[in-house]
Design a protein around this ligand. Sequence first.
Ligand SMILES: C[S@@+](CC[C@H](N)C(=O)[O-])C[C@H]1O[C@@H](n2cnc3c(N)ncnc32)[C@H](O)[C@@H]1O
Length: 202
Amino acid sequence: MSTLSDDELYQGYFEKVYQHTNVMSYSPEEAAQYAKQGVCLTYGELLYPSVKKLLGKMQLTKDDVFLDLGSGAGKCAFQVFMQSDVGKVLGIEASALLHQQALQVSLTLRKEFPWFWEDNRSCDFVEGNFLHSSWNQATVVYTCSTCFTQELLFAIADKINHTPSVQKVFSLRPLPGLRIPLESVFQVECSWDSALCFFYLR
Ligand SMILES: C[S@@+](CC[C@H](N)C(=O)[O-])C[C@H]1O[C@@H](n2cnc3c(N)ncnc32)[C@H](O)[C@@H]1O
């Protein structure tokens, strides 16, 4: 009898807890309102094997704070939390519906796998515009920025430039004006297609 690998178990589990999450749709008025606030609502996710690829490059320790800018329903954030030694994960998401989904999954995971929260570890989600949230203490920043406008990319770079705790940045679009050297560019797979990931290292 063949046994399942850890990856098959994790992937199967994530599929199960996310099976009831819905695809988002917004009215043109809602979308226009979000756009005015610098929020690009287009949704998609980094696939499981690519999050693992990121984890290999991030080398997270208990002293790290991982920040997901635009965390959606939280899938990437939870995988980082459950498959690394990171001390703290923070996801910031503008869409109230997606944020609610992340909170729902968080309740399930906390109930089924409470030991991931031991030793003062945390995995939190904040609803709102990440440009208006505090990034203090973040050491590693990830953003699935494929659909972000140039203006938003500039604003992210500027905010990182003013957050000295940030050591590593992973973005699916180059961040213009970022004052952290580009370390490498590698390919990742997303729910919509392949993309490049830009890795900056201080
Ligand atoms: C492509 S999804 C990424 C989901 C997840 N991080 C992943 O990689 O699998 C990008 C998310 O960023 C959110 N977003 C875009 N602009 C934002 C902003 N200014 N503040 C907060 N969230 C934002 C969108 O609502 C969307 O859910």
